[in-house]
Write a protein of this length. Structure first.
Length: 276
């Protein structure tokens, strides 16, 4: 991609996470605490059962009812096995929570199915506004070594000047370090054309003189943008997380630089905080 694109992507990374991501972390921590408490209760029950076994064995030695005591011992051992099984399940859930998700358990985390619904599947209207895009860059191949991080302001506005084709609308994308006009650089103007029943939205724009295409899929809230240049390919994927957050992944292969994969999030921001 061109030099202007690179220059606007080297500001320090913005700290903080979206409310949705913070909620997931809090839920996972609470679930871990509950699982640990359950483990402690199960261990205490095991100790009680073992003590009961010892008492029953002592009664057997002094002439107690052997059959009854043996039955109690067997029941206690079965309870111990059940408690140990529950402990293992709780530990597995804790491991899944630590990894940021779950494997079908009843906790609320990633990747439990949940999807934010855009009103009328209107990707055009959803994009309008001011955003901050934070990305980590790694080499695309080998050991995927860290390259750098980037922090870019993205301003997306209506551009009705090009709304001449029936059924299509246009958005202007600008990139920079702030929302000041002298620090925003024009990126491209993107045309949106929605398919029947709003199932897909077709995207078209021109970047550095080359026509580019993309598509937004309403069934999974994902948009894929393809920048195919004579000497480079860039594929950008946006996944809508909630009203104010998108996950971003960029794969860029350019003969003039190290191939990279760039990933992170794009948050909606308050414009008044980014105008000097």
């Amino acid at each position: 991609m061109d030099n202007n694109w690179r220059k606007i992507s080297v500001a320090p990374v913005l700290s903080g996470t979206s409310p949705r991501i913070q909620q997931i972390h809090n839920n996972n921590n609470n679930n871990n605490n509950n699982n640990n408490n359950n483990n402690n209760n199960n261990n205490n029950n095991n100790n009680n059962n073992n003590n009961n076994n010892n008492s029953n064995n002592s009664n057997n030695n002094i002439g107690g009812n052997n059959n009854s005591n043996n039955n109690n011992n067997n029941n206690n051992n079965n309870n111990n096995n059940n408690n140990n099984y529950n402990n293992n399940n709780n530990n597995n859930n804790n491991n899944n929570n630590s990894n940021g998700g779950n494997s079908g358990s009843n906790i609320e985390g990633v990747p439990k199915p949940m999807r934010f619904h855009i009103q009328d599947n209107d990707f055009y209207t959803y994009l309008l506004g001011s955003w901050k895009r934070n990305l980590e860059w790694k080499e695309f191949g080998g050991l995927f070594h860290h390259i750098r991080t980037s922090n870019t302001v993205v301003f997306i506005e209506e551009f009705t000047k090009y709304d001449t084709e029936p059924g299509s609308r246009n958005l202007k994308w600008s990139f920079g370090k702030s929302l000041n006009k002298n620090e925003l650089h024009f990126g491209y103007t993107m045309k949106f054309k929605t398919a029947p029943k709003n199932l897909e939205t077709y995207l078209e724009w021109t970047y550095i003189g080359t026509p580019c295409h993309g598509k937004f899929f309403s069934f999974n809230n994902v948009a894929v943008l393809n920048f195919f240049q004579p000497h480079s390919t860039v594929i950008v994927t946006y996944r809508i997380v909630d009203q104010d957050t998108m996950s971003v992944c960029v794969v860029e292969v350019d003969e003039k630089q190290t191939p990279s994969i760039q990933y992170g999030n794009m948050y909606r921001i308050d414009p008044t905080l980014y105008v000097k």
